[in-house]
Design a binder for this molecule. Structure first.
Ligand SMILES: CCCCCCCC/C=C\CCCCCCCC(=O)SCCNC(=O)CCNC(=O)[C@H](O)C(C)(C)COP(=O)(O)OP(=O)(O)OC[C@H]1O[C@@H](n2cnc3c(N)ncnc32)[C@H](O)[C@@H]1OP(=O)(O)O
Length: 179
């Protein structure tokens, strides 16, 4: 994909290591927050991701592009597709059981995606350097080996839990960070 040096692991970056608490193959990841736009089952118009990890490092997820995800009539909005990539990349780095946020997200849109399409999304980490994690992902149409619709590369930055407490509204909200 076309990407910048910002999302390319620098020399000395190390590969990610599977966390002992990472879910086993085929075990659903579950939502990290019930109202998350990407994975939350209680979000009325969200993507309702169904995600798992074959190896404790890669995330594979599926969702269907719906009426509420349109840009042009009958076609997925690019921003919604970027959100789907962000969700998959964010879920894959959470497999390491450290909190990260997206610093930079790059996307290549290769094909229009009609409403009703089942998208098969995959995300993985290409390297870690200090607080920086380098990630890549792709979304394929109709099947895990279908045509690629979107490719993404990203830089995620490690934060502390205080990031969410300080900037978000965690009081009275049920965070369901997946086990
Ligand atoms: C009780 C709650 C518990 C919750 C637990 C969560 C579990 C989650 C589980 C599952 C997740 C599922 C998926 C979720 C959704 C996907 C993730 C998102 O969408 S996150 C939302 C969007 N992103 C933001 O809102 C970030 C906003 N930005 C910031 O907060 C700051 O800018 C932050 C933290 C990214 C960096 O700020 P600094 O002050 O900590 O650090 P500085 O020094 O600025 O940056 C560190 C290094 O990174 C580089 N950097 C930072 N941003 C960069 C950028 N955009 N491009 C290039 N480099 C960047 C800097 O140049 C610096 O590099 P040098 O150390 O000097 O080499």
């Amino acid at each position: 994909m076309t990407r910048s040096t910002v999302t390319t692991p620098p020399p000395g970056a190390v590969p990610p290591e599977t966390h002992p608490d990472a879910p086993g193959p085929g075990q659903p990841l579950g939502p990290h927050y019930s109202r998350c736009f990407g994975c939350g089952p209680d979000h009325p118009t969200g993507l309702h991701f169904e995600a798992s990890s074959p190896d404790g490092l890669t995330v594979t997820a599926q969702f269907t592009v719906g009426e509420n995800h349109q840009g042009a009539p009958g076609l997925a909005h690019g921003g919604v597709l970027a959100a789907a990539m962000d969700e998959a990349l964010g879920s894959s780095i959470w497999l390491l059981r450290k909190p990260y946020v997206t610093g930079r997200l790059e996307t290549d849109f290769l094909r229009p995606v009609p409403v009703g399409t089942r998208l098969f999304v995959k995300a993985w980490c290409t390297g870690i350097s200090g607080r920086k994690a380098y990630l890549e992902g792709e979304a394929r149409m109709g099947a895990p080996d279908g045509p690629v619709a979107v490719r993404a590369a990203a830089l995620f930055i490690e934060v502390t839990i205080d990031h969410f407490v300080e900037h978000g509204d965690v009081s009275g909200h049920e965070f369901e960070v997946n086990p």
